[in-house]
Design a protein around this ligand. Structure first.
Ligand SMILES: *[C@@H]1O[C@H](CO)[C@@H](O)[C@H](O)[C@H]1NC(C)=O
Ligand SMILES: *[C@@H]1O[C@H](CO)[C@@H](O)[C@H](O)[C@H]1NC(C)=O
Ligand SMILES: *[C@@H]1O[C@H](CO)[C@@H](O)[C@H](O)[C@H]1NC(C)=O
Ligand SMILES: *[C@@H]1O[C@H](CO)[C@@H](O)[C@H](O)[C@H]1NC(C)=O
Ligand SMILES: *[C@@H]1O[C@H](CO)[C@@H](O)[C@H](O)[C@H]1NC(C)=O
Ligand SMILES: *[C@@H]1O[C@H](CO)[C@@H](O)[C@H](O)[C@H]1NC(C)=O
Ligand SMILES: *[C@@H]1O[C@H](CO)[C@@H](O)[C@H](O)[C@H]1NC(C)=O
Ligand SMILES: *[C@@H]1O[C@H](CO)[C@@H](O)[C@H](O)[C@H]1NC(C)=O
Length: 408
């Protein structure tokens, strides 16, 4: 009773809408009126929708005590299925995240063709490769809600054999929990009938200013550090891995390991031209996470694999993860046509339209080496190919949020 009053007090103090009932009824776990499922701690309130098991909202107070919603998303669950751009907003890309060269792969001598949905050409109108699990990958599908409490929500998907060209059935659970300043992600997937590629991720778009920075609508002033990422996966003009692993030379545009720096630090000059594919300036790169020399480290407590921070809001994220790679996308493809949520933006539509501009956000993806299934020389097979009787596919990550002290 007393705790309940305290929590109610904190919720009121945070100026957050109160939680809907997190209890099962006859038809399962009911969402709120926008179709969202909320979890919360005394520090954060986080929303999700079953579509793609996506994170839709993350509300946290900035250094001035103003609540900011720092992930991109839509106002309601219905709109996720209506939106035609499909930016994989906060979703779990699956069953195989990122790109598969030519959409093809081979397991035990058998060739498979996954559905093509990326880089369309006149000759190949569907595309030249598979992105995020194909046309109807997991990010396009409604997961079911298996459990929901005030601090956790669990989504499930059963991906039938042959769906999008992938062999065998896969059953997966995604659990999101919140505890204080930590948002935890746990993904488990089982191949029940045949050997198949599995690689998942979380595809949240961040703007640590809640798209409310009144000096810049870009995220290029955010600082980023990737302390273990001395290398990256080389890609061709359409972002397909070539097989090579490149050095992120100290001081170069892709060096985020030697020190923290602003995302926009290398935008002057032409070093970043083509860094994210033909004609693309910015980041859409898979950095490797090289922790071998740590020996038996605990991913939860050892130093984060990524730190993103905005000085304007004072909000930062430390990402801890058990994964061996990390993708950074600097929203090169956004063009001002994705609308902000009601909970975001500022009242100055003339200078700050209520949309996301190019470079207005940052996507951070915990994952394994992209297209490892077509690059056996990287020895990713045990991390990316799963069959009945194998250990399950597991992805764990903790996003620890920090807020600076307000300056005078
Ligand atoms: C259960 O929740 C859903 C969603 O809010 C609602 O439509 C339905 O009427 C509820 N069922 C019962 C029996 O309360
Ligand atoms: C649902 O969300 C979309 C996109 O955020 C918005 O345009 C629309 O007005 C919302 N619909 C309702 C009924 O709230
Ligand atoms: C997915 O969920 C949304 C939001 O509840 C709903 O509008 C849509 O019809 C669902 N789609 C399918 C295929 O069930
Ligand atoms: C690319 O895919 C086509 C079918 O779409 C297939 O015939 C061809 O062998 C594949 N190429 C490679 C290099 O795997
Ligand atoms: C929540 O976080 C606190 C502080 O880090 C920790 O002591 C506690 O064990 C955590 N609770 C759970 C359920 O993980
Ligand atoms: C910009 O935002 C900051 C932080 O919320 C605030 O202190 C400042 O007054 C704002 N400036 C303008 C011109 O609105
Ligand atoms: C962005 O960072 C640059 C330094 O790289 C600084 O000059 C500028 O004032 C910053 N702008 C904002 C809006 O924080
Ligand atoms: C951070 O922003 C404050 C103003 O909010 C400014 O005084 C300070 O110099 C900035 N620090 C950095 C490292 O940009």
């Amino acid at each position: 009773m007393q705790l309940k009053t305290q929590v109610a007090g904190l919720v009121a103090a945070l100026a957050l809408p109160s939680l809907g009932a997190a209890a099962r009824n006859d038809t399962g776990f009911p969402p709120d009126e926008d179709g969202k499922y909320w979890i919360q701690s005394e520090v954060m309130k986080i929303g999700f929708v079953p579509y793609g098991a996506s994170i839709s909202d993350l509300h946290i107070k900035d250094k001035y005590g103003v609540t900011r919603d720092i992930v991109a998303g839509w106002d309601n669950a219905t709109y996720y299925t209506l939106d035609e751009q499909h930016p994989n907003y906060g979703s779990v890309p699956g069953r195989y995240a990122n790109r598969i060269k030519n959409g093809t792969f081979e397991i035990d001598g058998e060739k498979y063709q996954a559905s093509l949905n990326d880089n369309p050409t006149e000759e190949h109108p569907d595309g030249l490769d598979t992105l995020h699990g194909g046309k109807d990958g997991w990010g396009w599908r409604n997961f079911t809600v298996e459990a929901h409490t005030d601090s956790s929500v669990t989504f499930k998907i059963v991906d039938p054999s042959g769906k999008e060209g992938f062999p065998g059935e896969v059953i997966s659970y995604v659990t999101y929990t919140v505890n204080g300043s930590d948002w935890d992600i746990s993904m488990v997937a089982l191949a029940t009938t045949k050997k198949t590629p599995i690689m998942l991720s979380s595809h949240a778009y961040w703007n640590l200013d809640g798209f409310a920075n009144n000096e810049t609508s870009l995220a290029l002033n955010h600082t980023l550090q990737l302390p273990y990422s001395g290398q990256r996966v080389a890609v061709d003009n359409i972002l397909i891995p070539t097989g090579a692993i490149l050095a992120n030379e100290k001081g170069s545009a892709n060096d985020f390991w030697s020190k923290s720096k602003q995302l926009g630090a290398s935008f002057d000059g032409d070093e970043l031209e083509g860094n994210c594919g033909y004609g693309c300036k910015g980041y859409d790169n898979c950095y490797t996470v090289n922790r071998q020399q740590l020996g038996n480290y605990d991913w939860r407590t050892h130093s984060p694999v990524a730190v993103l921070h905005s000085n304007w809001s004072g909000i930062g994220i430390e990402v801890y993860s058990d994964q061996d790679a990390f993708q950074i996308y600097s929203c090169n493809g956004q063009d001002g046509t994705l609308a902000l949520k009601q909970s975001q933006g500022i009242d100055d539509e003339e200078d700050f339209p209520r949309t996301i501009p190019q470079y207005g956000c940052v996507v951070m993806e915990v994952q394994d080496y992209i297209d490892g299934i077509n690059n056996p020389a990287w020895f990713r097979e045990k991390k990316q190919i799963f069959g009945p009787g194998d250990d399950p596919y597991v992805l764990r990550a903790r996003y620890h949020f920090t807020v600076d002290e307000a300056d005078e």
